[in-house]
Design a protein around this ligand. Structure first.
Ligand code: ATP
Length: 345
């Protein structure tokens, strides 16, 4: 169990004037799994490589259990990185690949055999030890790469887009497997991903990075309920943004006056609410009710997306298909926005 602290970690690549990573600070609890989330080019891999010791920071510090590891060689840091293209040794068998780290540490052969068998069991590949990596599917190879990283019981596990080469079905299985093993072995883990769903499902906390800067570091649900700003809300699928003024617990905008939750600050801002929180019909107490006209109806399978016009403002709602079967563009209906679902950025 290792506590990780990252302080003002910064990287300016030679020849560049803007930092690829700009003063990243994170506190990661022992045994916690956090996700570094952001679009391509935001600096996630740069951060990971500095933690792994593959890249020197321009400034800042990285501490494992309150000890700076910046001067330690990569192999002495106690961090193991699993890359998106899993880089198994092609001429070694699966068992030799998995046992490689232990062999380097001069572990006794009998012990290596025992631990490799145990690890292959854990990643659900018990009978594959004798095969070469080329004789495995992509998903199986990824599990071997995970087994190879975990067998040395690292202090910190670094996962760089570990699921990006897998199809949707395998991704779900692998997600659960990583999470189970990580919890079981209580290994502090940093996962890099550009996929917000993956971050939300897997991580205890998510660090959203945009253009090299940490925007929000929070529990997954906070990004939906209390996004730090509009860019964050948009990255998490937010679609409704209405400029206006928050004052005395209500918000005045082109939609009219809406009652806000208690903890919203006064001043100009942008009202936001999740499409899935728009309710159809009249509220029991008449609060935050609006009259809307349907502009578009898109059936998405398990959900239906409505584009609605309220007083010349377009809103998006995600609703249960059974509730809107009879509705078509041009129809009018009552909707309401539950007070607790509103937020101002
Ligand atoms: P992706 O998801 O595409 O891997 P990322 O978030 O991991 O992206 P990084 O690879 O960390 O992003 O890159 C961050 C920024 O630093 C980008 O603008 C990239 O072009 C730049 N960059 C990365 N490596 C180098 C390098 N060796 N020299 C100069 N600039 C670099």
């Amino acid at each position: 169990m290792t506590h990780v602290r990252i302080d003002d970690l910064t990287k300016i690549y030679p020849g560049s004037t803007t930092p690829a990573l700009d003063h990243l600070s994170l506190d990661i609890g022992s045994g916690e799994l956090i996700a570094l989330l952001g679009p391509s080019g935001c600096g996630k891999t740069t951060a990971m490589k500095m933690i792994a010791g593959l890249l020197e920071p321009s400034a800042g510090d990285i501490r494992f259990d309150d000890r700076s590891i910046l001067r330690d060689k990569p192999e002495h840091r106690g961090a193991v990185m699993v890359f998106q293209n899993h880089l198994l040794f092609p001429y070694m068998s699966v068992a030799e690949n998995v046992g490689f780290g232990l062999k380097m540490r001069r572990t006794a052969p009998a012990e290596i055999t025992r631990r490799v068998a145990d690890m292959l069991e854990r990643v659900k590949l018990p009978d594959m030890g004798a095969r070469k990596p080329a004789a495995l599917s992509g998903g199986q190879q990824q599990r071997v790469a995970l087994a190879r990283a975990l067998i040395v019981e690292p202090d910190v596990l670094l996962l760089d887009e570990p699921l990006s080469n897998l199809d949707a079905h395998l991704r779900f299985d692998m997600r659960d497997l990583i999470r189970d093993l990580q919890r079981d072995m209580a290994i502090t883990t940093i996962l890099v991903t550009h996929d917000q769903e993956e971050a939300v499902v897997m991580a205890d906390r998510v660090a959203l990075i945009l253009e090299g800067r940490l925007i929000q570091y929070d529990r997954p649900d906070a990004f939906y309920k209390r996004p730090a700003n509009e860019a964050t809300a948009r990255f998490f699928g937010g679609r409704n943004f209405i400029p206006g003024m928050s004052c005395d617990g209500s918000f005045d905008s082109a939609l009219g006056r809406l009652i806000l939750p208690k903890d919203v600050a006064t001043g100009p801002g942008t009202l936001t609410f999740r499409p899935e929180n728009v309710r159809l019909g009249m509220p029991a107490d008449g609060t935050n009710m609006l009259s809307a006209q349907i502009v578009d109806v898109v059936f998405l399978g398990s959900q239906t997306r409505l584009t609605l016009r309220v007083k010349d403002t377009l809103l998006e709602a995600i609703v249960n298909p059974n509730d809107v079967q009879a509705l078509a563009p041009g129809d009018t209906l009552s909707i309401h926005l539950p007070q607790s679902a509103l937020w101002v950025v």
